[in-house]
Design a protein around this ligand. Structure first.
Ligand code: SF4
Length: 424
């Protein structure tokens, strides 16, 4: 996608400022007046107003954005407007490997480049194999298409009765609110629509999807995703939430997002206070690696949890990124510490050029086997394959059930010991 089209997708962020937010019962004055707050040495926040800045980010800010202030850094709009989208910007920050340079020169990869300055501050400058860097910086491997890969592996476009909506399961729908993300993951399932002109945003564009939900009383659960819905300005998010909440049969609303991880500055107190008006509201947050668990992210998640929003994690199993037991255990333990409950571990979807990210399914089963029984049940996500062609999520479990005979079933425990249970 060329720069001009990307610019179009951020138009709303340029148009809206904090002052555009709707009248609210909370006092904005403290937040607007507040200067940036730093975390203390142990990473704890030193104020409860703004998201803090860790030392790593401060060093990055003074090195790469010498004219920007800490207040700029803490503005989510500044982070989006200053997103890294070109090779020349990336070159100033990272020592690019040959594979990365070749990819960036290539025009065939599905997703454009976009990284928030905050997330870029977490990338290794010298090691192209660092986990977070692999998830954000394209390599030439993305242009190799393997057998079984497809643009829309989950068949979402075939289950879309009206624009911006996917209705695959009987009682719930996926609402595609925007095609924009503040950072583009190289393995994105929705690479067929994110950063493209396919998904339209705004009150008019959403109306057919909202009307479809009004007309289908069996829909009790709406997942707002995209793209990333939390990249939209507060009035847009609130319009969508209030429209859905006014539909009597919509019992619950969920938001799927990576914003608290790649753009924690977006989780302002104003946003958290607005979201909590629309309970029951749940949030699934996309985490990839323990290196993402910074004080800023902890603060963002705490704000959301304090707003009463149940938080769940979603993680894609990625080769060379998080496909070993210790990394996954650290991640699951780490998210629990910031009040996020591990929810799903996904087998990587076969999007074009994802072969270098996909592990064998056996690897995911091995990781689940290494977690279950060895750590708290709360730390064990459900391992699923989202079936290609639109079959939905299919859970996968190691073989704990070993068969049955003569009124007894045989079960293998986490230590591989066999137990029987009467079953008649
Ligand atoms: S945040 Fe989600 S939708 Fe956006 S690029 Fe990453 S995986 Fe795709």
């Amino acid at each position: 996608m060329d720069k001009q089209k990307q610019q179009k997708l951020v138009y709303m962020i340029n148009e809206f400022t904090e002052e555009d937010e709707p009248p609210s019962t909370i006092d904005l004055s403290t937040e607007e007046a507040e200067v940036s707050i730093r975390f203390n040495k142990v990473g704890a926040r030193v104020s409860n107003e703004r998201i803090g800045i860790s030392q790593k980010s401060l060093d990055f800010l003074s090195k790469h954005y010498p004219s920007a202030t800490e207040k700029d850094w803490n503005s989510w709009q500044w982070q989006v407007k200053n997103g890294i989208t070109s090779i020349s910007q990336l070159r100033q920050i990272l020592d690019l490997s040959e594979q990365e340079l070749l990819a960036i020169d290539h025009d065939k990869y599905a997703l454009p480049l976009r990284i928030t300055p905050y997330y870029a501050s977490l990338l290794s400058t010298s090691n192209p194999d660092q986990a977070l860097r692999r998830t954000m910086v394209p390599t030439i491997k993305e242009v190799s298409i393997s057998k079984g890969e497809s643009e829309d592996p989950l068949g979402e476009e075939h289950h879309s009765p009206v624009p911006n909506l996917v209705h695959r399961y009987p009682d719930r729908v996926l609402f595609l609110s925007t095609g924009f993300c503040s950072a583009y993951c190289r393995y994105c399932t929705r690479s067929h629509m994110v950063a493209k002109d396919k998904c339209h945003i705004g009150i008019k564009a959403w109306e057919p999807a909202l009307q479809y939900i009004r007309d289908h009383s069996e829909i009790r659960d709406v997942l707002i995703s995209g793209g990333d819905p939390l990249t939209m300005p507060d009035p847009h998010i609130e319009y969508l939430l209030s429209s859905l909440r006014s539909i009597p049969h919509v019992e619950m609303i969920r938001i799927g997002t990576k914003v608290p991880v790649v753009l924690p500055q977006r989780i302002t107190k104003t946003l958290a206070n607005m979201l909590k008006k629309y309970h029951p509201l749940y949030m699934s947050i996309h985490f990839t690696h323990p290196d993402e668990l910074t004080p800023e992210v902890a603060e963002a998640c705490n704000r959301l949890a304090d707003a009463g929003i149940p938080l769940g994690s979603q993680t894609v199993l990625l080769k060379g990124v998080n496909d070993d037991l210790d990394t996954m255990k650290d991640l699951m333990h780490g998210v629990l510490k910031i009040r996020v409950r591990p929810y799903y571990l996904y087998q990587c979807d076969p999007i074009p050029g994802s072969g270098h990210f996909r592990t064998h399914v056996a690897k995911g089963l091995e990781i689940i086997k290494g977690l279950r029984g060895f750590t708290s049940g709360y730390a064990v996500p459900t391992f699923v394959i989202d079936a290609p062609g639109g079959g939905g999520k299919i859970p996968l479990l190691p073989e704990y059930f070993q068969g049955s005979d003569n009124g007894e079933i045989f079960l293998k425990n986490y230590e591989d010991k066999i137990y029987t249970y009467p079953d008649f």
